[in-house]
Write a protein that binds this ligand. Structure first.
Ligand code: PLP
Length: 464
């Protein structure tokens, strides 16, 4: 079979291979890159069900990459070796459902699953092509630390990571700013995560600037992130199917940038036996409102107990919209123009009056989050982090006697000790990797939330 090629949601970019797509990040026309077709794996599921995580990842990635197979296998094996659980992403029964633990990587959040692979791919690619790359990213917390831990100390790579100053959890911030390697630059931006994301988009859309400084992306606009996350949906479904005898499962996904649930959407399009994907949002509920009413309207970002989900403009939503609207780049362009002009876009419901036949959405408030943490701890002696608690809460409205529910646990509770203390009244959440950060020295640079401030900083530190 010919290697997969990647096309842009905006239709103005020539198709490219996987390696180029991953190095490019955002398409030059401002769109997001997508595989030109979605592979159908239904006739392989029985074989795949027996594979361990790394072997399954190789099978999934093989459908999407143009890498020599021994290279692929080496990268995958090395990427998942640092995970502290032999299953990489174990799935555990908790009460009336299952919890898929995605937080056993180096920085204790699910972002490691993709970024451990992506950073190793970058290092290999740059060595092969005798090139250097300057990663520019924006983080609401977990992407930043996972990316920084992936690339710290690697030659040929620098990373410039913007975070909204004072708006990421203190431990998340320390996971980034305590990394003192010369190739790591933490940019503390005086704005929201959406501001950081806007700056990043503006700089990536400035093609001469992007190319001149060899900028690359690790945000979930990068296709490799979505691809890597497809694996655990299959891995978990197989294990829960085996344990319950059920032919179908469903997933609940705490959602911010729509990257994680998009991976589930792709998995399902490939043949994952899931009947529903439950999108769980916090008070920043733009996506939940969209899936109820078909109206995607930007609101103000509010700070919550689940800061990695404090997002109004979800960068991966455009990928979903592309398929939802009949794979028509012209239509995407006009919808996004409307969104840019009015902060609002609207789509028509399907024949059944639903916006999507598979995705169900709901909101977990601050109270819901704290209550879910407390209840699950009391009833099942299991500690959820606040993001996973939002997913648990919303999943409660979508349980079925016949179809097991798998709740994604996207971070280790020790990353959010304040929320755990508020919910349980006790100081239960610790992890040795985090406790050690409290007295470690930190380094970061304060910048205003202006594209030019970041542009100037990059120029000074890359060209010198
Ligand atoms: C990033 C993140 C999310 C949101 O995932 P998206 O792919 O942005 O939807 C949820 N929980 C945690 C802990 C995260 O780090």
């Amino acid at each position: 079979m010919k290697p997969m090629r990647y096309i842009s949601t905006r239709g103005q970019t020539a198709p490219m291979g996987f390696q180029e797509a991953v190095i490019t990040g955002l398409a030059p026309d401002g769109g997001l890159l997508l595989p030109e077709r979605i592979p159908d794996v239904r006739d392989r599921l029985a074989d795949w069900a027996e594979l361990d995580y790394a072997d399954l990842a190789c099978e999934v990635f093989r459908l999407f990459v143009d890498l020599p197979d021994p290279v692929l296998q080496d990268l995958v094996k090395a990427s998942y070796a640092p995970f502290r659980d032999p299953a990489v992403t174990p799935v555990k029964p908790v009460g009336d459902r299952w919890v898929l633990e995605l937080f056993h990587g180096p920085t204790l959040a699910f972002k490691d699953v993709a970024l451990q692979f992506l950073s190793r791919f970058f290092a290999w690619y740059l060595e092969q092509n005798d090139r250097t790359l300057n990663i520019l990213g924006a983080t609401s917390g977990d992407t930043g630390s996972a990316a920084i831990h992936g690339v710290k100390g690697l030659s040929r790579l620098r990373i410039f990571m913007m975070h909204p100053r004072g708006r990421v959890a203190p431990l998340q911030e320390r996971q980034m700013t305590t990394v003192l390697d010369d190739n790591v630059f933490n940019l503390a931006v005086s704005g929201t995560f959406d501001d950081c994301q806007e700056i990043m988009k503006a700089l990536f859309e400035d093609i001469p600037f992007k190319q001149g400084l060899a900028l690359g992306a690790v945000n979930s606009v990068n296709w490799a992130r979505v691809m890597a996350q497809i694996v655990y949906y299959f891995h978990a479904a197989f294990r829960v199917q085996r344990a319950t005898g059920s032919s179908t499962v469903r997933f609940s996904v705490p959602t911010g940038n729509f990257g994680d649930i998009l991976a589930g959407w792709f998995a399902r399009a490939m043949g994952l036996p899931a009947d529903r994907l439950v999108l769980a949002a916090n008070e920043n509920d733009i996506l939940s409102r969209f899936f109820h009413r078909g109206v995607y309207r930007r609101g103000e970002v509010v700070s919550t107990l689940s800061p990695a989900m404090d997002i109004q403009v979800a960068s991966n939503f455009e990928r979903y919209l592309y398929y939802r609207e009949g794979m028509d780049p012209g239509r995407i362009d006009s919808l996004l123009q409307a969104f840019r002009a009015d902060g609002c876009l609207e789509v028509k419901p399907g024949a059944q009056g639903e916006i999507d036949p598979v995705i169900r959405a709901g909101v977990g408030t601050r109270t819901d989050t704290l209550e879910a943490i407390r209840r699950v701890k009391d009833a099942h002696d299991y500690l959820l982090d606040p993001h996973s608690a939002v997913g648990w809460h919303v999943a409660s409205y979508h349980l079925s006697d016949d179809v097991p529910m798998i709740c994604l646990a996207t971070a280790h509770p020790a990353k959010f000790p304040d929320a755990i203390r508020e919910a349980t009244g006790r100081d239960l959440a610790h992890h040795p990797n985090l406790d050690g950060l409290l007295d470690a020295p930190t380094r970061s640079v304060d910048l205003s939330a202006e594209t030019d401030a970041v542009r100037t900083f990059l120029k000074e530190h890359i060209e010198s």
